[in-house]
Design a binder for this molecule. Structure first.
Ligand code: GAR
Length: 196
């Protein structure tokens, strides 16, 4: 039997990307197993989604710890309990600190709803619509210490629905749900274009 890569998904919001990845693991499109869902927002909808599965769900709020280092040390302990090999950020709205980066070098991946380096940070879709760009998109990249920076693994363009962030978001999410599983599959099977 093929050994599956063990992934932890970190999320702060609705969790639609978590759900898409979970479906991809179940139907064999992604040779991986999500062994942990970690959220920094215990009330977020991703918790509801994850509780529909057998996956362990952990909610850890940074404010419960004296420092970011302590927070990430606690996370590391849980990641090690589950033998996590890869971390997929899926709407996790926090910077990853040196503690986690050192423990998972080139093994933390993020998805962002813009063509980076345009529109990093919060509300990337709203930023693109407000800016009046005609095309925005989705980026999957390795995580470094910056905000939505790090080597780009994959991008896809998505047309902006003029003046309409909601419709644009619908189109972006549909693309995210495909590109994230495909990029993770390439990464896990060592076919990513960037040099790791
Ligand atoms: C996604 O659009 C993701 O790209 C974005 O948060 C959303 C989460 O949606 N991430 C960022 O903006 C990271 N800077 P989801 O909770 O439905 O998966």
């Amino acid at each position: 039997m093929k050994v599956k890569a063990k992934i932890a998904v970190f999320a702060s919001g609705s969790g639609s990307n978590f759900e898409a990845l979970e479906n991809a693991c179940r139907n064999g499109e992604l040779d991986a197993e999500i062994v942990l869902v970690m959220t920094d927002k215990p009330a977020s909808f991703v918790v509801e989604r994850a509780r529909q599965t057998d996956i362990r769900v952990v909610a850890l709020e940074p404010k419960a710890f004296p420092s970011k280092h302590d927070y990430e040390e606690a996370l590391l302990g849980i990641l090690r309990e589950e033998d996590v090999e890869w971390i997929a950020l899926a709407g996790y709205m926090r910077l990853i600190g040196p503690t986690l980066l050192a423990a998972y070098p080139s093994r933390i991946v993020n998805i962002h709803p813009s063509l980076l380096p345009s529109f990093p940070g919060k509300d990337a879709i709203g930023q693109a619509v407000a800016h009046g760009v005609k095309v925005t998109g989705v980026t999957v990249h390795l995580v470094d210490e910056g905000m939505d920076t790090g080597p780009i693994l994959a991008q896809a363009a998505v047309p902006v629905v003029e003046g309409d962030a909601e419709l644009t978001a619908l189109a972006i999410h549909a693309v995210e749900h495909v590109i994230y599983k495909e990029t993770l599959q390439k990464l896990i099977t060592n076919k990513a274009k960037c040099v790791l």
